[in-house]
Design a protein around this ligand. Structure first.
Ligand code: NAD
Ligand code: UDP
Length: 332
C-alpha cells in the first residue's frame, strides 16, 4: 500500500475524479490505461475475461484501494455505476482474433451493445477502441477519417474488421437515437511493454526472435508499411479524447504517422538488440494491408495531441521489457 501511496499523483488538478470502467483492462493497452487513470486519481473498474490479458499486467494495481478487478465476459450484460467507460475488450492481434472468429465478432458487436446499454442507463460517457482496420487494405494514403475503407467482408480478417465497423455504427446510432455521449478512437499499430509474448504481432515477434537469436519471420517481401505508436502516447490520446467536449465524438485517428517498412523495422530491432539473426521469409497472410499511415491532423486540431516518443526510444523500452519477461519465464 505504502508503495502505491508513494507513486500517487502528481494529481492532474483540473480533472474531477471519476469512476471509470475499462473493459479489456488486463490486456496490453488496457493495463497502461488503468495505471494512468489511477495515477490521475480516478477509481478504476478493470473488466476482463483473460482471453489475451494477464494478471501480471495489472499485478501492481491489485492492492490499490481505487482499483477493482472484475472477471466478466463482455458478450454478457453487466450492471455497474460508472461515469466513464473505455471499451477495449477484444483480441487485437491477427492470431488471437482469428482463433475463434465467431467469438471475436460477438465480442465487438455484443460487447458494444452491452457497454452502450450500460452507458445509456447510467448516463456514462463511453469510448470505443476502434481500429485502423476499419480502413482495410486502404486505397487512400495516408488514411483520413473521411475515408470509408476497402474491407473484404468475407475474409479471414473480416471478423475483426467488420466487427469493429459494426461497433462504430452502433456507437453512432446510440448517440443519435439515445443521446449517449460517445467517443470513437481509430487506433493505429501500437506497441510497448505488456504486449503478449504469443500474440504474433510484428514488434513483439521480432524483438523476441532477436533476443533469442532466432530467425526473424518476415511475411511477404517485407515492403509493406506500418506506422508504430508507443503505448504512452496512445494512452495520452485516449484520455484526451475522453476528456474532450461532448460534441467531439470522433471518429479520430490516434497513432504515430512515422511510416516504415517491415524490413526497416527488422533492421532497427537487430541493431538495437545487437542480434545477428538471419531472415526467415514467410508467405504474406491473406488480406494483409500493404500500406498504413494515419493522418492525425484532426486529433491535433481537436485535442492538441500528437505522439512524442521516437520509434527507437519506444523500441528500447519494449526490448528491456521482453528481456526481463523472457528471463522470468525461463526461471519459472
Ligand atoms: P489485447 O489482446 O492485449 O487486449 C484485449 C483485452 O480484452 C485482453 O485483456 C482480453 O483478455 C480482453 N478480452 C477479449 N475478449 C473479451 C471479452 N469477450 N470479454 C472481456 N474481455 C475480453 O489487445 P490490445 O492491443 O490491448 O487492444 C485493446 C483494444 O484496442 C482492442 O479493442 C483492440 O481492437 C484495440 N486496438 C489495438 C491496437 C494495437 O495496436 N494494440 C490497434 C487498434 C485497435
Ligand atoms: N509481420 C511480419 N512478421 C511477423 C508478424 C507480422 O512480417 O512475424 C507483418 C505482417 O504481415 C504485417 C505487419 O508485419 O504486414 C504488421 O503485422 P501485425 O500483426 O503486427 O499487425 P497488423 O497486420 O494487424 O497491422
Amino acid at each position: 500500500m505504502a508503495e502505491h501511496q508513494s507513486e500517487q499523483p502528481d494529481h492532474v488538478g483540473f480533472v474531477e475524479p471519476q469512476r471509470i470502467l475499462v473493459t479489456g483492462g488486463a490486456g496490453f493497452l488496457g493495463s497502461h490505461l488503468c495505471r494512468e487513470l489511477i495515477r490521475q486519481g480516478h477509481e478504476v473498474l478493470c473488466l476482463d475475461n483473460f482471453f489475451t490479458g494477464h494478471k501480471r499486467n495489472i499485478v501492481d494495481l491489485m492492492t490499490h484501494p481505487k482499483f477493482e478487478l472484475i472477471r466478466h465476459d463482455i458478450v454478457n450484460p453487466i450492471f455497474l455505476e460508472v461515469d466513464q467507460i473505455y471499451n477495449l475488450a477484444c483480441p487485437a492481434s491477427p492470431i488471437h482474433y482469428q482463433y475463434n472468429p465467431v467469438k471475436t465478432i460477438k465480442t465487438s458487436v455484443l460487447g458494444a451493445i452491452n457497454v452502450l446499454g450500460l452507458a445509456k442507463r447510467v448516463r456514462a460517457r463511453v469510448l470505443q477502441a476502434s481500429t485502423s482496420e476499419v480502413y482495410g487494405d486502404p486505397q487512400v494514403h495516408p488514411q483520413t477519417e473521411s475515408y470509408w475503407g476497402h474491407v473484404n467482408p468475407v475474409g479471414i480478417r473480416s471478423c475483426y474488421d467488420e466487427g469493429k465497423r459494426c461497433a462504430e455504427t452502433l456507437f453512432f446510432d446510440y448517440h443519435r437515437q439515445n443521446k449517449v455521449e460517445i467517443k470513437v478512437a481509430r487506433i493505429f499499430n501500437t506497441y510497448g511493454p505488456n504486449m503478449d509474448v504469443n500474440d504474433g504481432r510484428v514488434v513483439s515477434n521480432f524483438i523476441i526472435q532477436a533476443l533469442q537469436n532466432k530467425p526473424l519471420t518476415i511475411f511477404g517481401d517485407g515492403n509493406q508499411t506500418r506506422s508504430f505508436c508507443y503505448v504512452s502516447d496512445l494512452v495520452t490520446g485516449l484520455i484526451a479524447l475522453m476528456e474532450s467536449p461532448a460534441e467531439i465524438t470522433g471518429p479520430l485517428n490516434l497513432g504515430n504517422p512515422m511510416e516504415i517498412t517491415v524490413n526497416e523495422l527488422a533492421k532497427r530491432i537487430l541493431t538495437l538488440t545487437s542480434a545477428s539473426s538471419p531472415i526467415d521469409p514467410q508467405p504474406l497472410p491473406v488480406d494483409d494491408p500493404i500500406q498504413r499511415q494515419p493522418d492525425i491532423s484532426k486529433a491535433g486540431e481537436k485535442l492538441s495531441w500528437r505522439p512524442e516518443v521516437p520509434l527507437d526510444e519506444g523500441l528500447k523500452q519494449t526490448i528491456a521489457y521482453f528481456e526481463t519477461l523472457l528471463g522470468n519465464l525461463a526461471i519459472a
